[in-house]
Design a protein around this ligand. Structure first.
Ligand code: AMP
Length: 229
């Protein structure tokens, strides 16, 4: 935490304003569909710590039609991991001082490369059982019009109709038990070993609950670690 004593120009130097700036370097970690994206956005909104999603950064490169965007299109479409060098380089150019990383690192090689770039204060693991992940995947409904997502935790008021814009809700074709089991396999092989890599920085949050208690638990931990006031 930095306390900046700021004396405005031409003002009485005996009156100072304290601006508290909290620097937090966080990783939100978990299985696919554990809620990393959702909670990193909610915590970012609450704390002001910037949300950085490597998936979003890659999608922006593709939308902007950059050379990098064009070179990763194939891998993104197949849901395969982009190389550690490319991913870390992209992150290097888009890393604020205070951040919540979502979707990174996904492999040991990425974590090792990232170590040269920045330290980490805390890794928040949102721990969700495979059973809940599968139920969430099969129950996920998306609005065709505005992209809002509903599911087993947040059900629409009227079945098949979006609460926000009254658009039609649909189930993604690739939200099947087979696909999510493949993604969980990939997580177990490539990403889960990172829990050991970060064991000294790790805090586990029970993610098998509704939004509010999970969010409150994360904020409580950040307060305890003086990463949020
Ligand atoms: P996400 O939105 O996090 O699911 O990411 C979408 C896609 O972006 C993934 O399927 C990968 O192709 C790519 N991607 C995102 N983050 C990473 C990462 N840390 N390492 C490698 N590829 C990534």
């Amino acid at each position: 935490m930095f306390i900046i004593n700021y004396i405005p120009e031409n003002r009485n130097p005996f009156i100072t304003i304290n601006i508290d700036v909290i620097m937090a370097k966080l990783i939100f970690f978990g299985k696919p569909m554990a809620g990393k994206g959702t909670f990193s956005k909610l915590v970012s909104k609450e704390t002001g710590i910037k949300h950085v999603s490597t998936g979003d950064l890659f999608r922006k490169e593709m939308a902007d039609g950059t050379d990098l965007g064009n070179s990763i299109k194939d891998k993104m479409q197949k849901g395969e991991l982009v190389s550690a060098d490319v991913t870390v380089e992209l992150l290097k150019n888009n890393l604020p001082e205070s951040f919540i990383l979502d979707g990174f690192p996904r492999t040991l090689s990425q974590a090792e490369k990232f170590k040269d770039l920045s330290d980490i204060d805390l890794v928040v693991e949102i721990d969700v059982s495979d059973e809940t992940i599968i139920k969430r995947t099969l129950g996920r409904m998306i609005c065709r019009k505005c992209g809002a997502i509903f599911g087993i935790e947040i059900k629409p008021k009227q079945e098949g109709v979006c609460d926000k814009c009254a658009g039609e809700l649909y189930h993604r074709e690739d939200d099947t038990e087979e696909t999510i089991k493949d993604r969980l396999d990939c997580y177990n092989k490539q990403t889960k070993p990172l829990l050991d890599f970060y064991k000294d920085k790790l805090v586990k949050i029970d993610g098998n609950r509704t939004f509010e208690p999970i969010l409150q638990d994360i904020l409580r931990v950040l307060k305890e670690k003086s990463l949020y006031m």
